[in-house]
Structure formats: structure tokens, C-alpha cells
Design a protein around this ligand. Structure first.
Ligand code: CTP
Length: 401
């Protein structure tokens, strides 16, 4: 999946340029956003209008355009991309890349880019086999450019040989491979709980808490960005579904537990939900009515502890189970005790003594407590906490047990 990935597509001038339109569709179907740079020669084969309609974005063509430069400098074009894809990579553009020229927008973007480049060459077979082109390919390969194709086959010039551009599905596969290889959590499965739970009193009333779900959702998004196959089990929140994550919506703690069990086996479970500790012993079937000034007594019973349940030894136990703790004092000491009580591997103790609180705030101050000791993280946004946690998880899962 390519959710959240930004592709800068460079379309150069060759008859195979029409295939770039199909590639845009395939990339976008998989969740990538695509921005296109069209060379002057490229615009002889596809129109800016088709590319713009399919990318749903402006198409960039001119190096010395006042509007292009004020809206989006050529440096920003590559800075805001995760991968640059050249479709088709013509003999001329490859030669200019190899020489480090910057004589149009495409070559300037490529020279200024510090992003990976994937190129799909397309040209007449004699041009492809020419020692000049082969030397350029060798130079660019050495510099890290990834090549897909060319294929061998019938060409538009009625000749036969190597030089036909790879088909859009093969270019897409190369893009997917590239991201899978650069994803530290590729092949891992992750489970995240988030948000509050609602525990029914009757059909219209419930017991809940103020959890926003921001931290849990941010963690699920970061794990998915890292390549993990991620399931998010969430109580009711206003947070949008994170891209590329399988979202299971539940209301009560017992439903959360069932959805978590269904998501097993996973490599890592992160319990960020603020699960209601108690629920009404019995939810009334009908709405409770006022009875002459007498308030109903609501008996509460304890909810299952999902984190403790996931941490229980057994062959379905995730290799890494992580819980959260909200603390105001003796943070590390309390977190250590909680870690032992719940049987989990890591506790992210959240220092809520500094005013912003855990619920709804944009930032967290985390102490990571594990068997190895304690790590104090600086105060940071919940997105930054999520990124750092995903990177720590990836590193931990890589280490041999
Ligand atoms: N948790 C859970 N299921 C519950 C209760 C809590 O999975 N029924 C998880 C939370 O998702 C969180 C951790 O356990 O990861 C928090 O533990 P909890 O005992 O609720 O601690 P605190 O909220 O920090 O509160 P207390 O100070 O009461 O221990």
C-alpha cells in the first residue's frame, strides 16, 4: 500500500509517455499522491490537462516561471516527495542526468533532489545499446538510481529489441518494492487500541472518559507508515481514520477485548486506549425513567484489563506488548510497578503533572520504562511520540531475542 506516500512523476518526451497516465491511476488507487513535472518534449505526447486531471494537481513544466517559482520552487518539488519516478526516462534525459545538467525543470529537480529516483527507460533499441547510453546507465546506477526495464519487444518505430518501456504494472511493482524495502516494519503485524470506551447504563446513557484518541491514532498511523500491517481498535473518537490502517470501531471494553483477540496474532500490541475501568453491572434494556426524586443507584463492576490479557504468557502473546500510564508523581516508580502488575514489556509513562494533561492535548512527555531501564523523552507532539515509538519498535523487533 502507498498511503501517505508522495510521488513526483517526471514525464519526458517519448511515445511511451502515454503509459504515464495509466501509472498515475494505479499509484493513486493504492493511496499515493502524485505530482507531475512534464518536460517540453513530454508535452508533445501527453497534455498537461490529462496529467492534471489524473493527478488532481497542477502540472509543473517551466523552470523560469514566476508563478511556479513563487508557488513551488523546484527545490520544494523534490523536498515534498518520497520518491521521484521518471516515466519514460528518455536517452536524452538520462544523458543530462548523468552529466548533471540543469537546463530545464525536470533536470534541475533531479540535480537538486536528495530523494530516491526510479527510472523507466524507453527508447529505440540502438539508442539503448549505444555505449553512450550504457555508460550513462552505469553512472546513474552507481549513484543509486533504480531502473525498471526496459523490456524487449516490438517498438513504435517498427523495430524489435530492448528499449520498450516497462508496463505500468511493472513500474508500480518496482515502486511498491522500493517502499517495502525501505519500510522498517514491513512484514510485521501491529495492534493498537485508542480512544475511550463507552459503557452503557441504558440505551441512551453511558459511562465514559475524555480520551481524544489522538495518541493512539497517531501511533497506528506511524506503524502503518513504517510498513506494518496495522489494526486499530478504537472507541468513539472524532479522530479521522489513519490512512492505510484497518480500523475496528467498538464501544465497550468487552467489545474492545473481543476485537483485539480477533486481530491476533500480532508482533506488537500498543494499548493506548483509556479503557473504562468499570461498567454498569447490567445495562437497562429501556431508558431509565425518573422516579419521584429518587436517583437510581448504578452498581459498577470491573472491566477486563485488555493490556494485562494481551500480556499473558502463551503462544499468541505478541512479542512486544506496550501500555501507557498517566502519572503525576513518582512517574518512573509507578510505571515500573504498573509494568510488573500488567506483565507488559514497555510502559510509556505519560507525565501529566505539567499542565496539558493526556486527554485532548497536542503534546506528551514520555518516560519509556522497560526491563532495561528508563528513557526520558523530551516533551514533544503526539505525532513525534508516535514516530519515535514506531522507530523504537522496529529496532526492538529487528534485534535477535
Ligand atoms: N488498560 C487496558 N484495559 C483496561 C484498563 C487499562 O488495556 N481495562 C490499559 C490502557 O490502555 C493503558 C494501561 O492499561 O495502556 C493503563 O493502565 P491503568 O491501570 O488504567 O492505569 P492508569 O490509567 O494510568 O491509572 P491508575 O493510576 O488507576 O493505575
Amino acid at each position: 500500500m502507498l498511503h501517505g506516500k508522495r510521488i513526483l512523476l517526471i514525464v519526458a518526451g517519448g511515445i511511451a509517455a502515454y503509459k504515464s497516465l495509466e501509472l498515475v491511476r494505479r499509484l493513486r488507487e493504492r493511496g499515493a499522491s502524485v505530482r507531475a513535472v512534464l518536460t517540453a518534449a513530454g508535452s508533445q505526447f501527453v497534455t498537461p490537462l490529462s496529467l492534471s486531471a489524473l493527478t488532481e494537481d497542477k502540472v509543473y513544466s517551466e523552470l523560469f516561471s514566476l508563478t511556479d517559482e513563487s508557488e513551488m520552487g523546484h527545490i520544494r518539488l523534490s523536498r515534498e516527495a518520497d520518491l521521484i519516478v521518471i516515466v519514460p526516462a528518455t536517452a536524452d534525459l538520462l544523458a543530462r542526468m548523468a552529466q548533471g545538467r540543469a537546463d530545464d525543470l525536470a533536470s534541475t529537480v533531479l540535480l537538486a533532489a536528495d530523494k530516491p529516483v526510479l527510472a523507466a527507460p524507453a527508447m529505440n533499441h540502438r539508442m539503448w545499446l549505444h555505449p553512450a547510453t550504457q555508460a550513462n546507465i552505469a553512472t546513474l546506477t552507481e549513484r543509486g538510481v533504480i531502473f525498471v526495464g526496459p523490456d524487449e519487444g516490438a517498438m513504435a518505430c517498427n523495430e524489435h529489441g530492448p528499449g520498450r518501456m516497462a508496463e505500468p504494472q511493472d513500474i508500480l511493482a518496482a515502486v511498491l518494492n522500493h517502499f517495502a524495502a525501505s519500510a522498517p516494519l514491513a512484514g510485521r503485524r501491529a495492534l493498537v487500541t485508542s480512544g475511550p470506551t463507552h459503557e452503557a447504563i441504558d440505551p441512551v446513557r453511558y459511562v465514559a472518559n475524555r480520551s481524544s484518541g489522538r495518541q493512539g491514532h497517531a501511533i497506528a498511523a506511524a506503524l502503518a507508515r513504517g510498513g506494518a500491517d496495522t489494526v486499530l481498535v478504537t472507541g468513539p473518537t472524532h479522530e479521522p481514520d489513519p490512512p492505510g490502517v484497518t480500523v475496528r470501531r467498538i464501544e465497550s471494553a468487552r467489545e474492545m477485548l473481543a476485537a483485539c483477540q480477533e486481530a491476533l496474532p500480532v508482533d506488537v500490541a500498543v494499548c493506548a486506549a483509556a479503557v473504562s475501568d468499570w461498567r454498569p453491572a447490567a445495562a437497562a434494556d429501556q431508558k431509565l425513567k425518573k422516579k419521584g426524586g429518587e436517583a437510581p443507584a448504578i452498581e459498577l463492576v470491573e472491566n477486563p484489563d485488555i493490556l494485562a490479557g494481551l500480556s499473558e504468557p502463551g503462544n499468541r502473546r505478541p512479542s512486544l506488548v506496550i501500555g501507557f500510564a498517566a502519572e503525576t508523581e513518582n512517574i518512573v516508580e509507578h510505571a515500573r510497578a504498573k509494568r510488573a502488575r500488567k506483565g507488559c514489556d514497555w510502559i510509556l509513562a505519560n507525565d501529566v503533572s505539567q499542565g496539558t494533561g493526556t486527554f485532548g492535548g497536542a503534546e506528551n512527555t514520555i518516560h519509556l520504562v522497560s526491563a532495561e531501564g528508563e528513557e526520558a523523552w523530551p516533551r514533544m507532539t503526539k505525532t513525534a511520540v508516535a514516530e519515535r515509538l514506531a522507530a523504537r519498535i522496529a529496532k526492538h523487533l529487528e534485534e535477535p531475542a
